[in-house]
Design a protein. Sequence first.
Length: 472
Amino acid sequence: FKPIKEIVLFGELLAVTAIVMCILFIMVDMGQPLRVWHILPAIGAMNFPSSLLAWDVVALNGYLIINTAIVFYVLYRLSIGKEYKMSVIGPLIILSIPWAVSIHTVTAFLYNGLSSRPFWNASILAPRFLASAFCSGPAIMIVLFQIIRKLSDVEIENKAIFKIAELIAYAIGLNLFLLGAEVFKEFYSGSIHSEPVKYLYFGLHGHNNLVPWIWFATAMNITAFFMFLFPRTRENFVTLNMACVFVITGVYIEKGMGLIIPGFVPDTLGEIYEYIPTMQEILVTIGIWASGAMLYTFLLKFAVPVYTGKLRFGLRAKGIVARDIMTRHLITVSPETEVDEIGKLLISRRISAVPVVDADNKVIGVVSESDIIFQEIRHEPEVAERLGKLVLPEAQKGKKFGDTASEIMTSPAITALEDTSMKELIRSIADRKIKRVIIVDGEGHPVGIVSRVDILRTLDNIKLDSLKEGKA
């Protein structure tokens, strides 16, 4: 689970966004904003703890406060060049786990408590909510992580994405099992209270608007389950993304129109009214989803540069060390990694070099784009002619042609400890005429990288801070 731990911050940002959207949907359901005052503590009359809606307010707002505190504490510590302390956020993380469960549980209880709607009077509803949340939520995260990785410098390993996909396989299997148990209970009992589920799956007295939707959702969920179940499709990004779309769509239909609308069919007088959303309802829904997308994008705009080390505040040239300015979460390769694979990695990640580490995760060299370019020139003499008879640098002349990282890497790599001053880093880069220094911990394990761009960015930030202080 270590690869997932590295990207948990972006999951927390998604949790904050999702809760804000939930609160917006509740405000819409209340009819008008003025009614919100009635469920606020002190100002209104929450009727706590007798009112389940009051419990919902506590669960949602409490979870929002917890996750917001975690996110902004982590970002604050990283923005000033310091590691966050688990002793501070550890208790909040532990508290957030049962609180997250409570959100779906309270939501299920809101439906369970309506005795006049037998379709919702199922004790299995809360576990179903939890299982489906563990399907669609991580599926959205997988899609978002790929977008973040492609459009930013954040390094998200494939094995992190594949581990999340594996967890979805278990969750969607449980979700289908619970759904099957509920469907069996409704149909096998044959009671009068099975009318809503009959309307949902087969139609009732000629009313069948939801039938194609629910069967479509069921087919998508089952298909997604098998696509997540087998590693061959789970670890192929084409089929993985298809499965994510399937499960997001399937769960949205199943837990949306497949759960809410049948609860009102037939009504208390036995009449059947088929619901069709109005244009106003559709536009409001789109607006809330757009607000969530905008909020998550805004949070990422700030979080990504802080997370990667490109944005730092309050730095002073005198006390700056490598850990304050380095780009964290760098990607590494093994000595056996093929040159072609490294080239594709540099292009896809938009980086200029990767450290080479041994089995003990210690830096033994570095492969840069220059190493790969000159290897290609040496291997293909006609390339040099097309480039104007390019002359190889002295450092490249002694190298032999190779197919793996160990054969073409520059070794030993230039490294520095985390507490190396920026002044020493500048001197090392200038004296050795290199573009970057790999930052290692006391045991030689890579923890970051400082490039010339990182130093220039830091100097620019210091200059801006000085100008602000001068104006003040």
